[in-house]
Write a protein that binds this ligand. Structure first.
Ligand code: ADP
Ligand code: MG
Length: 291
């Protein structure tokens, strides 16, 4: 089941609740357990795979330098369960194919690698198909593209640590972001798809300044229609992801806007931006109404 090369398709019932016992299509490893991750997404359920000894240290503490400390148990892996229910196996396989394309173009350094697998389960008498992934856990801070300020924007994401000084962190993160935007542009030109860069927490920076795209299951087809495409939740995800690409280029890499850039020409006209803004506001209004 490595990276979806061979698919492990398991038939098992799935109890749809937040309790971990609900994940009964997984064998919990003898030395670990799953627990819900403290950050959740709109599209995915996220669970941490924790080693039992780390959980114990978190709960009962361990004495370091004569002080009892309660270190947060670091997940060894993340389990992603996409909320989407697929109608057919083909649809789920297509999603895995898109992830493989992403990995091929961006490379494993820029993507949090995931071993994708499909689960067929019987809910209320009807068979449904779930897409899951066991993904590497990325320790770090969220690179929030929407609140970047000043020339030293990356400094705010630095957390002091023993191995990387702040200037080393900024230099490395800048290099990684340059490679990343280049690879995303290649993906756009060669495949007509863009990964979701707009969602909160989709991009992360490690303490050493490495950039990782963790949200790997929302890869958007760039439609050639004049109207602004919306995702299944009514969010203008494609346009907002393009916007993040431009933000990274301009605010972090300090690259001037090229007037010949066909992407800029198409996605960044004042009229289109205004329309995207209206659609985005409508999306948040609907979201706030959900109890
Ligand atoms: N592999 C991972 N390592 C660390 N944090 C992660 C990982 N995957 C997701 N997260 C965090 O969980 C949150 C939701 O994840 P995301 O993949 O964006 O979910 P969704 O598909 O619902 O948008 C984000 O804040 C993200 O930073
Ligand atoms: Mg996301």
């Amino acid at each position: 089941m490595a990276d979806g090369k061979e698919l492990d398709i398991i038939t098992a019932p799935f109890i749809s609740n937040s309790k971990l016992e609900g994940l009964n299509f997984l064998r919990t490893p003898a030395t670990g357990c799953f627990r819900r991750h403290f950050r959740g997404g709109l599209r995915s359920h996220l669970f941490e795979l924790i080693q039992a000894k780390d959980l114990e240290a978190e709960q009962t503490g361990k004495v370091i330098d004569n002080i009892r400390q309660f270190p947060r148990a670091m997940p060894s892996r993340m389990l992603r369960v996409l909320r989407t229910r697929f109608d057919s196996l083909d649809q789920a396989l297509k999603e895995i194919e898109k992830y493989r394309l992403l990995l091929e173009i961006l490379g494993p350094d820029l993507v949090a690698r995931s071993e994708e697998f499909i689960v067929e389960y019987q809910g209320c008498g009807q068979k449904e198909i779930l897409l899951c992934g066991l993904q590497e856990y990325i320790k770090g801070t969220i690179l929030d593209p929407w609140h970047l300020a000043g020339r030293d924007a990356l400094k705010h994401f630095y957390r002091p640590n023993a191995t990387t000084p702040c200037h080393g962190f900024i230099a490395r993160a800048t290099r990684e972001i340059k490679t990343f935007v280049g690879a995303v542009r290649t993906m756009i030109h060669t495949t007509g798809h863009i990964p979701d860069l707009a969602g909160v927490g989709n991009l992360m920076l490690t303490p050493e300044g490495r950039l990782k795209l963790v949200d790997i299951n929302n890869i958007i087809e760039i439609k050639q229609t004049a109207s602004i495409p919306l995702d299944d939740r009514g969010y203008p995800c494609c346009d907002k992801s393009m916007e993040v690409l431009f933000i990274l280029e301009q605010k972090i890499l300090q690259q001037p806007i090229s007037m010949d850039d066909p992407l800029h020409e198409r996605f960044f006209t004042p009229e289109r931006r205004e329309e995207v803004k209206t659609l985005e506001q409508a999306f948040y209004k609907r979201l706030n109404k959900i109890p």
